[in-house]
Design a protein around this ligand. Sequence first.
Ligand code: HEC
Length: 406
Amino acid sequence: MKLPHHTLRAALASTALVVALAPAWAAGDAEAGRAKAQACAVCHGTLGISTAPDAPHLAGQPALYLAAQLRAYRSGARKHEVMAVMAKPLSDDDIGNLAAWFGTAMNDADFEAWLARAWDEHAGNPEGVLARLQADAQALLHSEARRPALLHLAHHVCGEHLGRWQEGLDLLQRLSALPADAAGGTADPAAARFISSLALAGGIRDGRDGLSVSDRIRVTALAAASLAAHDGTRAHALLQEALVQFDAARLPPGDPCTRALAASSNNLAATLEERPQRSAEEVALMLLAAQSARRFWAVAGTWLETERAEYRLAMSWLKAGSPQQACAHARQCLAIVQAQPEPGAPALEHFFAWEAVGKAEHAAGNQPARSQALQQAQAWFDKLDASDAGWCRASLEALNAQARIA
Ligand code: HEC
C-alpha cells in the first residue's frame, strides 16, 4: 500500500510523531529533494551513499551543513569545478530540499548497526526499541531493501513483546506507506501479512478473507505467535486453526507457508518457555507449538533447523515437567548433530546438544549420564570460537551449577 505523500503527511499530522520529525521537514521538502537528487546519483548515489571514489557520502550528514556547502559551491566560496557546475542552477528551495533528502538518510553501515542494536536490546527494553523505531522511521527507510527488516522488527516488538496491537498496526502501516527509494510503489505481500496478523491478534479486524490459502495460514500462525505471551487461549485456538487449515489445504511441497508455520510455531514455543510460570493450558500450547515446529522444519528446513527444533522440544518437555520426554528429544538432537558427514556439525551444535542432554538427564535424576554430558559439553565449549564462547558461557556455568547442587 502506498499513500501519496500529502495524504501521508495529513495522516501523520494527527500523531505525536510529527513533533519529532518536524525540524527536518520544516527545513526543506525531502520528497521534492528526492526528485532533484536524480542529478546527483551518478556520483553520490540515489540515497547519498557515494559511488564515485572522490565524492563524499551525503547520507545522514546534517541538513544545515549540506545546504551551506551547496550555497558555498554556488557562490564560489567553496571551490570545486564539478560541484560548481552542479550547484549553479539550484534555487534556495532546491538546496533546502536536497539537503532535507540527503540529511534524513541513514547510510547502510549505520542502518545495520541500528538494527543489530535494536535486536540486541528488544527483549530487555521493547518500549525503547519501539520508541526508536517510531522516531527514526523516516531516516531508516531510505531504501526499499530495508523495509522487510523494519517491518519484521516492528511486528515482533509490538506483538510478541508488547501486545500493543493498534500502535503496532499504526507503525506497520506507516512503515509500509513511507516512500523509500524511487522504485517503490508495489504492494508488499509480507507487509500485508504482518498487518493482517496484528489486526487479527488484537481483535481489531479479521482481514483474512481476501488472502490466498497459504497467506491465510501464515497470518493465522503469525497471530498465534504474537499472542503467546498475552492470551494463551486465543493463541492456542489460532495455532490449531492454522494446523487444521494446513492439513485441509494440501498445498504443494515447498509452499512458503510450511516454513512460516515452522518459524511461528518455534517462536511461540520459545516465548512460552521463557515465561517464569505457565498455566496448564500454556503448557499444552507450548508442547503443541514445539511439536509443530519440529514437524514443519523437518519438511521445510535443513538438518540444522530440524536439530534445533529437537533442542526446542527437549526444552519444552523439561519446562512441562516431563524429563523422560526431554531426554528422548535431547538424544535425538544429539543424534542429528553426530550424523553430520565430514567436516561434521559446528562445535556450537555439539555444545548445545550435550547441554540439552545434560539438563534432561539431570532432571531425570540420571547422574552418570549427566556427568558424561557435562564433560562433553565442556570439551565442545573449548572448541567454540571466542564470539560464541562469550554468549555460551552462561549455559555452561548453569550446567555446572546444577551438577554442584545435585
Ligand atoms: C560528477 C560527480 C558529481 C555530481 C553529479 C554531484 N557531485 Fe556533489 N560532489 C562531487 C565531488 C567530487 C565532491 C567533493 C568536492 C570537494 O572536494 O569539495 C562533491 C561534494 C559535494 C558536497 C559536499 C559534501 C561534503 O561532505 O562536504 C555536497 C553537499 C554535494 N556534493 C552535493 C551534491 C548534490 C546535491 C548534487 C546534485 C545536485 C551533486 N553533489 C552532484 C561530485 C559530484
